[in-house]
Design a protein around this ligand. Structure first.
Ligand SMILES: [Cu+2]
Length: 154
């Protein structure tokens, strides 16, 4: 009787835990983030640095924080913001950027936000480059950025 009782309660606990885990997975920030218009500016073969733009949507009820990015096609990626100080364009590295709950964040020429890709390779128009976006809670969202003609970037 005791053994059977234990085994039933163990099964209940296991079921409860797996439900809990499943719920936790569904609430990962990477799952509530949608990315649109993700693209990289084409660069001549001798140049190894370029920028990537995108629009991030947060469909969740809590803010999500982008803290980094990486790609097998680059040595490193930094989150930058372009600003103009005394008529000089500067790029400031950003440690983390908030994507507000039920809101969006633009990486565009207007906002100045961009991903800076260092020592990048195969950045030719038409190519698709995988980039993994890293969020503050450790979740990761990997998607393909299409390389486009640089003039669309200006
Ligand atoms: Cu930059």
């Amino acid at each position: 009787m005791t053994i059977r009782g234990n085994s039933i309660s163990m099964r209940t606990v296991t079921l409860f835990l797996s439900t809990l885990l499943l719920t936790a997975c569904l609430q990962q920030p990477a799952q509530q983030i949608r990315v649109e218009d993700a693209w990289i500016a084409e660069i001549p073969p001798m140049i190894r640095v370029t920028a990537a733009l995108m629009r991030l949507h947060n469909d969740g009820d809590k803010p999500v924080y982008l803290v980094g990015a990486s790609s097998p096609n680059t040595s490193s990626i930094e989150i930058h913001r372009s600003i103009v100080v005394n008529d000089l364009a500067k790029m400031i590295q950003q440690k983390e950027l908030e994507i507000p709950a039920q809101g969006s964040l633009e990486f565009s020429n207007d906002s100045g936000y961009h991903l800076m890709l260092y020592e990048s390779k195969d950045i030719k128009a038409g190519n698709k480059i995988p980039i993994s976006l890293e969020f503050k809670d450790g979740s990761v969202l990997t998607l393909e950025f299409e390389v486009k003609d640089r003039r669309q970037f200006m």
